[in-house]
Write a protein that binds this ligand. Structure first.
Ligand code: BEZ
Ligand code: FE
Length: 280
């Protein structure tokens, strides 16, 4: 392995990693090397450009801690997160679709009774989200857990905003014996993903906007069923077709109807779960 050239270096690197003992890791490494070398051959970066790339990766890592995950954000904004999600959750038509988790999920949200209000400490348009948890045959799923989170009307999650109480706009709800769930919150708003790091620089340099359409996040779990990590998006939002993280699916867009006294918005959505064993 000497005198390597532009023509034969890829083959030499592939050969070196060819004896990786774990077959899956071997396949992953081989594909990664091929695509990375392919990218370099395609772009033919100058040395300055390559160093700029290395600096970008360094900055991504430096922008990660307990509450900030710039690597996930990068994956989200390049459509990689939604691609990984789609590959791993090939559900039959009619089952609730998944979408990206995002970097702002927090474990340990407080339990609420049905009709509890996760927006009780937040000024905003009161919103009632309700429906049923059903299996694929239309039977109710009792005691399913809905772990819910969203931003305040200022567009910030509680972890981003020292003015909000701990676990504000986060809560766990449980379906009743007939599969019903019902929760109160405030209407979600469209908001910007964080732009104060390298991902923000990338979006700025490429002229891509950082906004997400208004949505509420859910993780729905029930014994014997595949968990669903998803979001419900607000019909009519101006960013539905240009979500910064490519997460919108038509089946997850819901209407916010005004109640007869105009006091609150009403949203109806049934979650349809598939059994854990289901694989396509
Ligand atoms: C979110 O919806 O919370 C989110 C998703 C991806 C990137 C940033 C935020
Ligand atoms: Fe979000």
């Amino acid at each position: 392995m000497r005198d390597l050239t532009e023509e034969n270096v890829t083959e030499a690197v592939l050969e070196k990693f060819a004896s990786t003992p774990d077959p899956r890791l071997q396949a992953v490494m081989a594909s990664f090397i091929k695509h990375l070398h392919g990218f370099i051959r395609d772009v033919e970066p100058t040395e300055e450009e390559w160093f700029q790339g290395i600096t970008f990766l360094t900055e991504l890592g430096q922008m990660c801690d307990d509450v900030r995950q710039e690597n996930i954000l990068w994956s989200d904004t390049l459509g990689v997160s939604i691609l990984v999600d789609s590959i791993n959750h090939r559900r039959p038509e009619g089952a609730s679709q998944s979408t990206v988790l995002g970097p702002f999920y927090r474990e340990g949200a407080p339990d609420f009774e049905n009709c509890g209000d996760i927006g009780a400490n937040t000024e905003g348009h009161s919103t009632r989200i309700r429906g049923r948890i059903l299996d694929f045959e239309g039977n109710p799923v009792a005691n399913a857990c809905l772990d819910v989170w969203q931003t305040a009307p200022n567009g910030l999650y509680e972890v981003q905003d020292p003015e909000q109480p701990e676990y504000n706009l986060r809560g766990k709800f449980y379906s009743d014996d007939n599969g019903y769930y019902e929760l109160l919150t405030v209407a979600p708003v469209s908001y910007s993903i964080p732009t104060d790091g390298p991902v923000g620089k990338m979006l700025n340099a490429t002229g891509v906007h950082p906004l997400r359409p208004a949505h509420v996040h859910f993780i729905v779990t029930a014994e014997g069923y595949e968990p669903v990590v998803t979001q419900l998006f607000t019909e009519g939002d101006e960013y539905l077709d240009s979500d910064a993280v490519f997460g919108v699916k038509n089946s997850l867009v819901v209407e916010y109807q005004s109640s007869s006294d105009d006091e609150e918005f009403l949203v109806n959505y049934d979650f349809v779960l598939v059994r854990s064993a289901h694989r396509q």
